[in-house]
Design a protein around this ligand. Structure first.
Ligand SMILES: *Cc1c(COP(=O)(O)O)cnc(C)c1O
Length: 353
């Protein structure tokens, strides 16, 4: 607290990101990064772009990148918005596409940034409880609202909704923006991108941080009706006209074009996820069905904090979220098969499962 802080900053309750330790011998299974390096084509494009043109500001409209995204999703650049990570895209959507005279609706267990943005923007919100099996029932999202945010697959549970549920929601709430946060969609869920052509109130947000292994580049994007894109652009140009640097624009465009790399990397993660889930089941863990590059697990007798500490002592970090409904669960990012082996053998010398 400082006497120089205003009331708004004093009342903020900021998001706490997963730990990024400097020690490299740690096995990081805590922030859902891919264990594989990004597309070699993306790296080559970034290297080739390191020249004197860095003295110039980048294209404020990120047109080449938006065209690459449009080509990948069979749409046009006027339906694509890009930002400095999907976190920034989500922030602009909360700021510009949600009415602040009614609550924004999102699940009680979901991405922890949603209530944080609401705090920053004085946006009222209402948390809708997940069912007891942690799935979302879209029919619970009724009544007057300023907008709806759905992470699909859901953050921290990994459970996915079929696209038809998103469509039902868009029809039931025609005057609200349905923000579909698809950070993990490439690991086995159905995207709502094609729905954005039929429903002008669906905004799909994706990122290169997870499935493209480019968390360090900070690029996210949104796809939706040109009116939604124009709204986001108005917010962006009232805040930061150049959110994406030259290297990010060029690297992300090359990554988006490399679908062979994407399919191979996500295929490996999906395979490792199935094997790890089965091995943890064998050890008595309850594992939620995940369509993401993490699994949420609980042991019937051992406490999550004890398991987490035991793993940490063996230089493996996994994430425990503070929400009361999942505080006795651990979220484990999917690494390589070798990482799974290291995790399982560390668990095997924790008493006996
Ligand atoms: C990781 C994540 C994001 C943020 O992605 P960035 O593009 O790295 O900002 C957004 N939403 C969810 C649900 C995430 O898990």
């Amino acid at each position: 607290m400082s006497r120089l802080w205003n009331r708004r900053v004093a009342s903020l309750d900021p998001y706490v990101p997963g730990e990024q330790p400097a020690a490299l011998d740690l096995l990081k299974l805590n922030t859902n990064e891919l264990p594989y390096g990004p597309s070699p084509k993306a790296l080559a494009a970034i290297r080739a772009a390191c020249d004197d043109t860095l003295r110039l500001y980048p294209d404020p409209t990120s047109m080449a990148l938006r065209q690459a995204i449009a080509a990948r999703f069979d749409t046009t650049a006027d339906r694509v918005f890009v930002g400095n990570g999907s976190d920034e895209v989500l922030a602009h959507a909360f700021r510009g596409l949600v009415r602040d005279d009614a609550p924004l609706l999102f699940a009680d267990v979901s991405y922890g940034f949603y209530p944080v943005y609401c705090g920053l923007f004085d946006q009222p919100y209402r948390e809708i409880p997940l069912r007891s099996d942690f799935s979302i029932d879209v029919d619970d999202y009724t009544g007057t609202c300023g907008g709806i945010a759905i992470a699909n697959p859901n953050a921290n549970t990994g459970i996915a909704l079929p696209a038809e549920d998103i469509e039902r929601l868009a029809v039931a709430q025609p005057d609200s923006t349905i923000i579909v946060d698809e950070a993990y969609v490439d690991f086995g869920a159905q995207s709502a991108v094609s729905l954005t052509h039929r429903h002008d109130n669906i905004l799909v947000v994706q990122t290169v941080s997870k499935s493209r292994a480019l968390a360090g580049l900070r690029v996210g994007y949104a796809i939706g009706h040109p009116d939604l894109i124009e709204g986001l652009t108005r917010v962006k140009d009232s805040f930061n006209s150049y959110p994406l640097d030259r290297l990010a624009q060029i690297g992300a465009a090359a990554a988006l074009e490399d679908t062979t790399w994407l399919n191979e990397a996500t295929g490996r993660v999906i395979e490792t996820r199935a094997q790890l889930a089965a091995s943890l089941n064998d050890r008595g863990f309850h594992v939620l069905p995940s369509c993401a590059n993490f699994i949420l697990v609980q042991h019937p007798t051992h406490r999550a904090t004890d398991i987490q500490q035991h793993l940490r002592d063996r230089h493996i970090i996994v994430r425990r979220l503070s929400h009361p409904r999942i505080q006795n669960w651990l979220r484990i990012s999917i690494g390589t098969n070798q990482d799974s082996g290291r995790l399982l053998s560390a668990l095997d010398d924790f008493r006996t499962f």
